[in-house]
Design a binder for this molecule. Structure first.
Ligand SMILES: Cc1cc2nc3c(=O)[nH]c(=O)nc-3n(C[C@H](O)[C@H](O)[C@H](O)COP(=O)(O)OP(=O)(O)OC[C@H]3O[C@@H](n4cnc5c(N)ncnc54)[C@H](O)[C@@H]3O)c2cc1C
Length: 653
């Protein structure tokens, strides 16, 4: 350990679980899913009362050990070693592969449609249910703090469908009630607003400034008076003077940079060029401007402005289009994330653990004993009883730490009455049978699970390369340094993490958000690893590999370094102030969304791979947000409904 590491506090005890290089050691690979927490458990046994994944810190999300079996399948080494699965003797009406929002919603719809309490088994690789919708809990000096380890909020660029809304309604959630639970005025009342951190490796000096033009809401801080902020920006931002002038011109100018073209001609051109190219070649901005805007779209697209179309940047409300008179109607090729819709914007709700509460409410509906309580307020603080998820007498069972390795009809696909589902749990290869099966897992996994689909469908499924993303939650003992520095959120265009922010001030039921800077709080950091310059899918692939190879220790060092340097003016000391760290790693994160730069069919109106990918075969249907190529909770729900419809024809009544 060098002196910088000691300064950062890399030697300080914090709440986390360490693994050798961040990866659990696979004993005798590939059949062994070696996760120390579960040592000694066998398939079907009840977890001990101490089994409580939300409270684990360290590397979470796709946690160490969870992907060994899946990667052995991918590498074609699994079946070389595997024995025949041993039949558990369990028979179900429906087996669902994947316990994310889509899998849980599929169980919900199937139960409603099939009547008479169908027997359903949900299998998931991870040690907790909810898929991306994950909950992080922290205990800081006896006080419970919650964070979202994945899915942040009920929000979608397009309005929720009647089907998706019906689920939200049935769960008792009113997304229009946000003003009752979210205190938008808290941070502004403390003089805190959004900041920008320029790091010395990218910009030549470490400087934190108020953000002169924060993105909308910027996690509910005070955007401040723009005039003062521009003055400070011109005086202190470590950028060439020409670039600073250009940045203000891009934000506030009204020039038509594409004179002589109609609105639709402009949009057609914008759809075919990157935003970076638009800024430098059409707007004529100093190249340093690109560095400033580079990671603005990361949180949605997972790539920077050199890989996002200018039309998408316009739709996404990035600046530089004010004088182009583009109207409000998007042109062909606009991506889902760039559509603005007032109705969709109002349908917004954030639980303290994000949409993990939706997953928990769905589980509560099917297994009331597993999540005590009966309101959307008490679900926030309810402690789930994991021992109740997979009980022998129950009609619905959720079996965690179980990687499905094969799904096969028993007999001819078109006439078989049963499907056999093989899975590995605790290093044992087992099987169950079911009348129906829904694959609600990541589409890129499905070609490794079945040989019963066409080459065309296999390719379409494999093309759903997800966007890698990291959500880190860091508990700090107090946020006086944020208060002193005057920031509640920080955009860090050149740093390892794209930025960070204090948790949203949401109080529900017994859960009260921290309100005074002297209290502990969760700070949320985000990163979408990518390789600027490559096509988007290749960037995601490279980012995914990077994530698997990054140790917890490396994440921790970046967290301490970035927070320490950004907040130096507030007196933040990472060695003293950090109490706990959870890194939620999602190498398979957002569903890939089509866009005009990288998917010609999206611009020119060809067949969408997700439509080919989601076709049912025999007694098996396919769900997951990937089935809509749309990275939102409503898509996961809608596709669950469609998959149940594929099996039972529920939409036909
Ligand atoms: C970090 C992050 C933040 C997000 N924020 C938002 C947001 O704010 N609002 C929003 O609407 N959407 C958001 N999304 C997208 C949203 O989370 C997803 O669209 C939705 O939750 C996906 O649900 P799903 O069930 O389709 O997939 P998932 O949640 O990915 O669930 C699929 C499950 O399948 C399991 N699985 C995979 N292979 C196997 C196998 N072989 N055997 C058994 N199980 C398997 C996985 O472990 C996983 O649990 C976010 C996504 C991420 C990653």
């Amino acid at each position: 350990m060098n002196s910088r590491d000691r300064e950062l506090g890399m030697d300080r005890p914090i709440r986390r679980r360490d693994f050798l290089n961040g990866v659990a050691v696979a004993i005798g690979a590939p059949l062994v899913a070696d996760y120390p927490l579960l040592a000694g458990q066998s398939g079907g046994a009840q977890p001990a009362s101490t089994y409580y994944p939300p409270a684990l810190t360290g590397m979470r999300g796709t946690h160490p050990g969870s992907y060994d079996t899946a990667h052995a399948l991918r590498d074609h080494t699994f079946w070389n070693h595997a024995d025949k699965p041993s039949d558990t003797g369990e028979r179900y009406d429906l087996v669902i592969v994947g316990g994310g929002i889509s899998g849980l919603s599929a169980a919900h719809f199937y139960r409603k449609a099939a009547g008479n309490g169908p027997r359903i088994l949900i299998l998931d690789v991870l040690d907790d249910f909810g898929g991306h919708a994950k909950r992080n809990e922290f205990d800081v000096g006896g006080r419970k703090l919650l964070g979202y380890g994945g899915t942040y909020a009920i929000e979608s660029p397009s309005p929720y469908s009647p089907i998706a809304k019906s689920v939200i309604d049935e769960l008792g959630i009113d997304p229009y009630s946000t003003p009752r639970v979210l205190d938008r005025k808290l941070y502004p009342s403390l003089g805190m607003g959004p900041g920008v951190f320029f790091d010395k490796e990218t910009f030549g000096a470490d400087v934190l400034l108020p953000d002169p033009k924060p993105i909308k809401d910027a996690d509910f801080g005070d955007p401040g008076t723009t005039e003062t902020h521009w003055k400070v920006f011109h005086e202190q931002a470590p950028l060439p003077a020409a670039a600073k002038k250009d940045i203000q011109r891009i934000y506030e100018g009204h020039d038509d940079y594409m004179p002589g073209l109609s609105s639709s001609e402009k949009k057609a051109r914008l759809a075919r060029m990157s935003y970076a190219k638009y800024l430098t070649e059409i707007v004529g901005a100093d190249p340093a401007v690109v560095k400033y805007f580079q990671t603005r779209p990361h949180a949605y697209f997972g790539v920077g402005i050199e890989a996002v179309s200018a039309q998408d940047a316009w739709g996404f409300a990035l600046p530089g289009f004010e004088g182009l008179d583009l109207g409000t109607e998007p042109g062909p090729g606009i991506s889902h994330d760039s559509i603005q819709n007032d109705e969709a914007e109002k349908y917004w709700f954030h639980f303290p653990d994000g949409n993990a509460s939706i997953a928990r409410l769905l589980v509560r509906k099917m297994l009331p004993a597993a999540i005590p309580g009966n309101s959307i307020e008490d679900v926030v603080t309810a402690r789930a009883d994991y021992a109740r998820l997979d009980e022998a007498g129950s009609n619905v069972r959720i079996r965690l730490n179980s990687t499905v390795t094969r799904v096969e009809h028993l007999g001819d696909v078109d006439s078989a009455k049963e499907v056999e589902i093989a899975y590995v749990k605790d290093g044992k290869l087992q099987s169950v049978r079911a009348g129906h099966c829904i694959l609600a897992c990541w589409h890129s996994m499905i070609p490794y699970l079945t040989s019963e689909i066409s080459e065309r469908q296999r390719k379409a499924l494999a093309s759903a390369a997800k966007v890698p993303i990291v959500y880190a939650n860091v508990v700090v003992k107090n946020w006086t340094a944020f208060h002193k520095a005057g920031v509640n959120s920080v955009y860090a265009p050149g740093s390892y993490f794209n930025g960070f922010q204090l948790d949203l001030p949401v109080s529900m039921g017994d859960y009260k958000c921290p309100r005074a800077p002297e209290e502990p709080i969760v700070v949320h950091l985000m990163k979408t690893p990518c390789r600027p310059g490559l096509p988007a899918r290749d960037q995601h692939r490279a980012g995914r590999i990077e994530l698997y190879g990054t140790t917890f220790e490396a994440f921790e060092r970046h967290i301490r370094d970035e927070m320490g340097r950004s907040l130096v003016s507030g007196g933040f000391d990472p060695a003293r102030d950090i109490a706990a760290i959870t890194v939620n790693r999602w190498p398979h994160g957002y569903a890939y969304e089509y866009n005009s730069l990288w998917d010609p069919f999206w611009l020119e109106g060809g067949e969408q791979p997700c439509v080919v990918a989601r076709q049912p075969f025999g007694r098996v249907a396919i769900a997951n947000a990937d089935a809509a190529a749309y990275a939102y909770t409503d898509a996961a729900i809608d596709e669950a409904y469609r998959a149940v419809d594929d099996l039972l024809g529920i939409s036909r009544g």
